[in-house]
Design a protein around this ligand. Sequence first.
Ligand SMILES: NC(=O)C1=CN([C@@H]2O[C@H](COP(=O)(O)OP(=O)(O)OC[C@H]3O[C@@H](n4cnc5c(N)ncnc54)[C@H](O)[C@@H]3O)[C@@H](O)[C@H]2O)C=CC1
Ligand SMILES: O=C(O)[C@@H]1CCC=N1
Length: 269
Amino acid sequence: MLDKKIAFIGCGNMASAIIKGLCKNPKVDPQNIIASRRTVDQLESLKNEYGIDITTNNSFACEVADIVVLCVKPHMIERIAQELKDKIHPESTIVSIAAGVSLLTLHEYFPNQHYIFRAMPNTPAQVQEGMTALCIGNHNQEDSRVKDILELFSNCGKCEILDESLFSAFIGVSGSSPAYFYMMIEAIADGAVLEGMPRDIAYKFAAQAMLGSAKMILETQEHPGRLKDNVCSPKGTTIEAVSVLEKNGFRNAIIQAVVAAAEKNKSME
Ligand SMILES: NC(=O)C1=CN([C@@H]2O[C@H](COP(=O)(O)OP(=O)(O)OC[C@H]3O[C@@H](n4cnc5c(N)ncnc54)[C@H](O)[C@@H]3O)[C@@H](O)[C@H]2O)C=CC1
Ligand SMILES: O=C(O)[C@@H]1CCC=N1
């Protein structure tokens, strides 16, 4: 993948995060990355900071690319396909990160293309802690093109192949979930501010606690319930907080949020 030319079509929040994550890897040559969007303003800062190529000409970006990553909003994918389907080399790889656009639909939009994948990254890709699911359809995991895309997203965190039937659930649990985590950090800090703590240090303390808790899950492989129990001393402070969370439907709210994101994705497909 390192020697491949990668074009990002549409360069907003998610493409910028992927590009920034990729460029943090010293092995990635920024000259192999070209980002295209309708206006050049926000692209200039990416160019200046990371040394990538930029353009407002989607066709040009696709013509020079081995891998084309579609990063426009879901409703724009069809229009972009009309514009670019004859510009992308049939041997090139297309990856769509759009929610709600199935592999079947992508193959209909790009009838000349054999290598089409669907990925679902998340914004922590920017700090190389992203989690991406990759749907490869009928392709083999050992195919070099599959390996290229796995490598691309692994440069921004973790990337795993996932069956498309689980994509909606994955969006609920990972693509969208950074938003819920940020809301939780914001709310925890609100609580601390109510108790008199300056907001900036409250964000830092809450974020570090979340980071450490996530690391505990990944590194110890312990059941989350057991890790929670280890924090709850009898008659202690934590069980008071846990009891309030349960009384206010915390877990059910999270479960319903994940289901809502998944259902929204299904309704778009
Ligand atoms: N934001 C997120 O956390 C995630 C987003 N996604 C998916 O990524 C895609 C992009 O989402 P965001 O980056 O959040 O949206 P965004 O609105 O920040 O970025 C979309 C970009 O596409 C550009 N654009 C629109 N029409 C264009 C055209 N004709 N040619 C070239 N560029 C064009 C816009 O100028 C904008 O920069 C969506 O399909 C979304 O489902 C997937 C995972 C996570
Ligand atoms: O909200 C959205 O539709 C996108 C997809 C996953 C995260 N953000």
